[in-house]
Design a protein around this ligand. Structure first.
Ligand code: CAA
Length: 383
């Protein structure tokens, strides 16, 4: 693997750095306190091409490879994980799934809006009673003539209250476990679908996380995406790449923690010299730096495998596992460098730690990643 970035990759990373400095950094504290990022950010993300990365230009995408996608998600994660999550879900989980699994009609209906930022997508898998054991989900889609009628509840849905379309996973046959699950593209203005924003989150406070309730939601059978009973494969293939983008976002958190810790340590004085002179502070900083590099290399390896068309699912789980745990450690170490100032939100470390904490939970907990890796190595499934 060549670790030198191409001219295009270097340019897209610089574009992302400039975008973060201009459109995100000035508002991070305000959005976190208000518990909502400014919705105009979605159109801006679309205009600059970040919501169309890796999607064919024919459908409004901006092309690019998966390393470029990881560079952008890293920079957005460095700026604000709430914004990074909009891209990882609307593009990474929803648009990319439509591009891969959708019919021509579904691609033409949804992709131009999702890639331009006109529309937002959300991923309706998790339910109040099924998180890790997603194959047991209980939302039902019952065939009625040319329609399906959907009933059920989805929980912790990123972009949930903003979304124009839900990539919904529902049980449409009596086949057991994941084999009965199908995927649907449900417009959120369909009667019977109600949404509630979930407030009081520890981190990602700017993100529109929601509960979605489906009560007799009637959609045409043509909204089913991929063959009936293949919904779980749609979800798993989306998450395999999704975990790479979460890992990249975590590299961004860890890099932000490193930048903040170095800047602070070289300015703050204690015992007559900057705290950077104290070896235990240098230890905290070097621990963060090693975590950043290791997490980034694991993430880039996944992007390289994806771009070369090689198997990547286990490597994606490894990257997501390591990078999410590394982001928590890095933010916590940065907070330690900041001392008491790290505990208030005028300084960055506290928010980085709060945002990092969910990364070991969503898109598959650290424990699920370990079981996925263990299954690949031993051939024995714990599920
Ligand atoms: N591509 C295509 N198909 C795939 C696939 C992939 N990458 N991975 C699995 N599949 C298919 C399999 O071939 C299989 O299909 P068949 O039955 O037809 O053979 C089917 O999917 C089931 O695969 P598994 O046997 O691996 O399924 P399992 O039941 O053993 O999976 C599990 C267990 C790995 C724990 C899985 O349930 C899992 O990943 N759980 C975690 C759920 C999760 O990550 N939730 C995140 C919620 S979304 C979120 O957080 C988004 C957000 O808003 C931020």
């Amino acid at each position: 693997m060549n670790l030198e970035l191409s001219e295009e990759q270097t340019a897209v990373r610089q574009l992302a750095k400039d975008f973060v400095a201009r459109e995100i950094a000035p508002h991070v504290i305000e959005w976190d306190r208000a518990e909502e990022v400014d919705r105009s950010i979605v159109k801006k993300l679309g205009q600059v091409g970040f919501l169309g990365l890796t999607v064919d230009e024919e459908y409004g995408g901006s092309g690019g490879d998966h390393l470029a996608y990881c560079l952008v998600t890293e920079e957005l994660g460095r700026g604000d994980s709430s914004v990074r999550g909009i891209v990882s879900v609307s593009l990474g989980l929803v648009a990319k799934s439509i591009a891969y699994w959708g019919s021509e009609e579904q691609k033409r209906r949804w992709l131009p809006g999702l890639t331009s930022g006109e529309h937002v997508g959300c991923f309706g898998l998790t339910e109040p009673g099924t998180g890790s054991d997603a194959g047991q989900l209980s939302t039902r889609a019952v065939r009625d003539g040319d329609d399906y009628v959907i009933n059920g509840t989805k929980m912790f849905i990123t972009n949930g209250t903003w979304a124009d379309v839900v990539l919904l996973f529902a049980r449409s046959t009596d086949a057991p476990g994941h084999k009965g699950v199908s995927a649907f593209l449900v417009p959120t203005d369909t009667p019977g679908l109600s949404r509630r924003t979930i407030h009081g989150k520890l981190g990602l406070r700017g993100q529109a996380t929601a509960e979605l309730v489906f009560e007799d939601v009637r959609v045409p059978a043509s909204t089913m995406m991929a063959p009936e009973g293949k919904g779980f494969a749609v979800a798993m293939s989306a998450l395999a790449k999704g975990r790479m983008s979460v890992a990249a976002g975590c590299v961004g958190i860890a890099q932000a923690a490193l930048d903040a810790a170095v800047t602070y340590a070289t300015q703050r004085e204690q015992f007559g010299k900057t705290i950077a002179h104290h070896q235990l502070v240098q230890e905290l900083i070097s621990d963060i730096a090693v975590d950043v590099d290791a997490a980034r290399l694991l993430t880039w390896r996944v992007a390289d495998l994806v771009d070369r068309g090689l198997p990547f699912t286990t490597e994606s789980s490894k990257a997501k596992l390591f990078a999410s745990e590394a982001a928590v450690r890095a933010a916590n170490n940065a907070l330690q460098v900041f001392g008491g100032y790290g505990y208030i939100d005028e300084y960055p470390a506290g928010k980085l730690l709060r945002d990092a904490r969910v990364m070991t939970l969503y898109e598959g907990t650290s424990q699920i990643q370990k079981l996925v890796i263990g299954r690949a190595l031993t051939g024995v499934s714990a599920f």
